[in-house]
Design a protein around this ligand. Structure first.
Ligand code: 5AD
Ligand code: SF4
Length: 440
């Protein structure tokens, strides 16, 4: 019997990369690879990269510089770069770091087995096409051991919005939705392996418009309703959404579909109409706030989360104050804020940049406000009766950790529940990054 080859994958960036790394591991599993957590013993190292912000490519090159010496110890070691930096940089990666054997863009992962065969012949392999064939079909999840109770499932990829700061439309390509039947099939396979909660992923997930069984186009709400009929699937979430694609049927699903969790990530990026216009966001602060009102009317307890960029070109203190005002008005349960970073090839990269120290200062101020809101919302959970999907044992003996409906991490001492159970609890304490509960 030959010993299996070892694969080490390092994943950067978003949840879609986490999902993609799992699929790549499965695709290479068919070629005799098993995953390892130790890069030093690997026969193949794959960096699944992210290009969304700050010096992403430079970080990848320095990581490659650290990995390269491992080839001296294991001359058969293959080094690959996947993800959005691979897409954006292409051949340049092999030019700058000749130790790299493989470069594969996000739309070509299903071709990894063929590419790996090339590597075995001592050749290099590069593929950053946007192929015609459906990579998901080719990457069908192979039956595998039991999985964690919460899983990601990509339903949509790419983006047609072209926000002026964002590389996604260039690295992930145009919007594509997977057909409903394929998604149902993958969901059932996940449930057979112990999954109880699925987060539907897409760069612009609420623009989903996949083909239904009857050939007609289905919305994300239609897809959610179809999934909610699947036995054994208890919880549904989706991310990330654009305000302009928040259709009525999706808002109604938040009101009417018991399996759809009361949590919505709806980035607005800025509270200033001038900046929103320059960002090419095609909504205003006011239209966003009115949308939030409608969502809250449908599901009053929904927990909102968002993304913000500070220091976008031409953002003044007044524009920044408008963003803080919007945050105060919405009251976010979670929010992620980033300092604008130029992405070559995007329209905003050409514009006059905000002073770096000023942008740092704004980032600190926005983060202080967000933290304050998050803590207050977490504090307000104390005394509430929630349901926790148990995910893993906690740090202490007898303790289990899981997620509430609102995505807060909750830990329960002396917990008798098993991984995968949904346990009714009462929240007794809010800590900095989690809640403590007792079972009811
Ligand atoms: N600079 C800073 N933040 C960015 N994001 C996307 N592109 C950039 C950029 N060039 C942020 C947005 C987006 C999140 C995923 O990353 O807020 O919603
Ligand atoms: Fe990027 Fe999101 Fe804008 Fe698309 S909608 S361009 S993914 S920020």
């Amino acid at each position: 019997m030959t010993t299996p080859k070892k694969l080490f994958i390092k994943t950067y960036g978003c949840q879609m990369n986490v999902y993609d790394s799992e699929r790549m591991a499965e695709a290479l599993g068919g070629e005799g690879y098993v995953e390892t957590k130790d890069a030093e013993e690997a026969d193949m190292i794959l960096l699944n990269t992210c290009h969304i912000r700050e010096k992403a490519a430079e970080k990848v090159y320095s990581e490659l510089g650290r990995i390269k010496p491992l080839k001296e110890r294991n001359p058969d070691l293959k080094i690959g770069v996947a993800g959005c930096v691979a897409q954006a940089e292409g051949e340049e990666i092999m030019r700058r770091q000749p130790a790299v054997d493989l470069v594969v863009g996000p739309q070509s992962y299903h071709r990894l087995p063929e590419m790996e065969a090339r590597l075995r012949e001592g050749k290099k392999a590069l593929d950053t096409d946007f192929p015609e064939e459906d990579k998901f079909d080719e990457l069908k999840a192979r039956p595998k051991a039991k999985r964690a109770p919460s899983a990601f499932l990509t339903v949509q990829e790419g983006c047609d919005k072209f926000c002026a700061f964002c590389v996604v439309p260039y690295t992930r390509g145009a919007e594509v939705s997977r057909p409903v039947s394929r998604i149902l099939e993958e969901a059932r396979a996940l449930i057979d392996r112990g999954v109880r909660e699925i987060t539907l992923l897409g760069q612009n997930v609420n623009a989903y418009h996949g083909q239904g069984a009857d050939g007609s186009e289905k919305s994300l709400a239609d897809l959610i309703w179809a999934l909610s009929d699947v036995d054994g699937l208890e919880r549904l979430r989706f991310t990330t959404s654009h305000p302009n694609d928040m259709q009525d049927d999706l808002i109604e699903a938040h009101r009417d579909c018991p399996k759809l969790m009361p949590y919505l990530h709806l980035p607005v990026q800025s509270g200033s109409d001038k900046i929103l216009k320059r960002m090419n966001r095609s909504h205003t602060a006011d239209s966003y706030l009115r949308l939030i009102e409608r969502i809250r009317a449908a599901r009053p307890d929904i927990l909102l989360s968002g993304d913000f960029i500070v220091g976008f070109p031409e953002e003044t203190e007044e524009d920044f104050q408008a963003t803080l005002d919007l945050i105060r008005e919405v009251n976010y349960g979670y929010a992620y804020s980033f300092k604008y970073s130029t992405r070559p090839g995007t329209p905003a990269a050409e514009r006059a940049q905000v002073d770096a120290a000023e942008a740092d200062d704004r980032l600190q101020r926005i983060q202080a406000l967000i933290t304050q809101q998050q803590q207050a919302i977490q504090q307000a959970m104390v005394g509430r009766d929630l349901n926790v999907l148990i995910e893993k044992p906690g740090k202490f003996d007898g303790q289990m950790v899981g997620k509430s409906e609102y995505l807060h991490a909750v830990h329960i001492d002396e917990c008798k529940a098993q991984i995968g159970d949904i346990l009714p609890v009462r929240i007794v304490e809010a800590k900095r990054n989690s809640l403590a509960a007792v079972s009811r």
